[in-house]
Ligand binder design. Sequence first.
Ligand SMILES: [Zn+2]
Length: 295
Amino acid sequence: MVRRDLIGIEEQLLERYPELAAHHAVARRAGAQEITAVIGRFDAAGETDAEAFVGQVSLVQRTALEGYAASVRGLLPDDEVARWITVRDALELSAYDALLGDVDAPGAALLLDALEAVPGDEVTYGDQATLDQMLAATAARCECGYASSRVVPKRTCYFCAHAITEAWNAEERRLLSRLPALREELDQLFKALADRLAWIALNPEAEWSLVEHASRKAARGVARLNRAARGEIVEGTLASWLDLATDASHDYRPLVRSVAKRGKRTGLGAARLSTLALPGNPEVQARMKKRAQTR
Ligand SMILES: [Zn+2]
């Protein structure tokens, strides 16, 4: 059992029980406003205490999850809740997920994901955002030192890791905008991968190894397309992209790390690949919604 199994069950339940989905949407909106308020308060005060920030965000998350759990109690058939609890209890909860152990409410994992204090979720950087801009926005919350020193630690913190993958993706999109043929072929490949990942996410029986298998297969495809386009890619233009790949290879998320380590061999598309299989990826979620609608 992996976290994705729990998310898959939640997606199905939210789709099948509109009343649950309605409560979920309310909790998500209210919680997101609270998180934005916390970020705003810290920004306004020039507050740099990362621990205090994380503490306040955790408090918002706990309140939101408990409120949501209370609002949906008795809404679902007991066996649906029991199934969710069984999967939840089979997971090794990370510090980030520990809260889930305290609430017996299907939808809680998705709610927690929605209430991540990710600056990137609140601020639109646009396609041309540089790492400098993003790190400036996260410096106050950085716990690993990278945001201010640019010295890459063994593992970048939550905030820096997100800024790096965001910047890496932005740089990749910038480079691909000059390589329309390659971009088109990569788009096709990623569309198929997102569809595959959506199928996996929606199937409670599917195991994590399927995600890894799909990612590896996609990496080989990306490498092949890059080799075919070799003549068009000017070596020197990849410098920033390669630097960002190196920084991303210190990501706290194992999946990002492994894709980033092979980034140079994989070529353009590796940045997008590094984040596509992460739980909650918007591209995959969009495919999941589409699949749910057409079933
Ligand atoms: Zn950091």
